[in-house]
Design a protein. Structure first.
Length: 103
């Protein structure tokens, strides 16, 4: 079974198939995609499946979600960077200015 990740890369929607196993997160799918097919894909994360760092926030099917806790599904899932945040590249945005992170 496969999952299809439709990723908004600067206004261009690119679709990628990734292996699907029940219980996987969207972050698992993104990491597989970057390892196996597209090493240039940019997204943020600092922990795995803990929802503690807040780095992997993105739009999943139009709703703000953590990629580490959002479940991968065997269908097309649309991923996009957070709106109203400065885009670095692909799905990676600046979540908070550096001076706010030091406080």
């Amino acid at each position: 079974m496969k999952a299809l990740l439709a990723i908004d890369r600067g206004g261009v929607l690119e679709r990628f198939e990734v292996p699907f196993e029940p219980g996987q997160s969207v972050l698992d799918g993104l990491r597989h995609l970057r390892d196996a097919r597209d090493p240039t894909l940019a997204f943020r994360y600092a922990c795995l499946n803990a929802n503690a760092c807040k780095e992997c926030m993105m739009l999943v099917d139009g709703k703000v979600a953590y990629a580490c806790t959002a479940r991968l599904e065997p269908r097309e899932m649309r991923l996009a960077p957070l709106p109203n945040k400065r885009l670095l590249r692909d799905l990676a945005v600046v979540l908070a200015p550096a001076d706010e992170r030091l406080a």
